[in-house]
Ligand binder design. Structure first.
Ligand SMILES: [Zn+2]
Length: 86
């Protein structure tokens, strides 16, 4: 499975995916604190529970955005191409 850690519910090494979802906590001062919340999907505990997977993925899909292009890497490739190194 993922090999990172055992399932926190059943203790087996059956975690097939760890979803890292953006989440916001409120600290003691009442300020929002952006955090990453982990949801473990376990082949043993979540077998046949498509509703749990759907509940976990939908908020992530609402916020998912394609990665921003790395302009420096792009410029490095352009420079290498002009030098004949690419
Ligand atoms: Zn489990």
């Amino acid at each position: 499975m993922t090999g990172d850690r055992p399932c926190h519910r059943c203790g087996t090494d059956s975690v097939v995916a760890v979803l890292r979802l953006p989440h916001t906590w409120t600290n003691a001062a009442g300020d929002p604190v952006p955090v990453i919340r982990e949801v473990h999907l376990c082949a043993h505990c979540d077998a046949g529970d498509i509703a749990r997977l759907t509940r976990a993925l939908l908020p992530w899909l609402d916020r998912a955005r394609p990665p921003e292009p790395d302009e420096r890497a792009w410029q490095a490739d352009v420079d290498a191409w002009h030098r004949g190194d690419l």
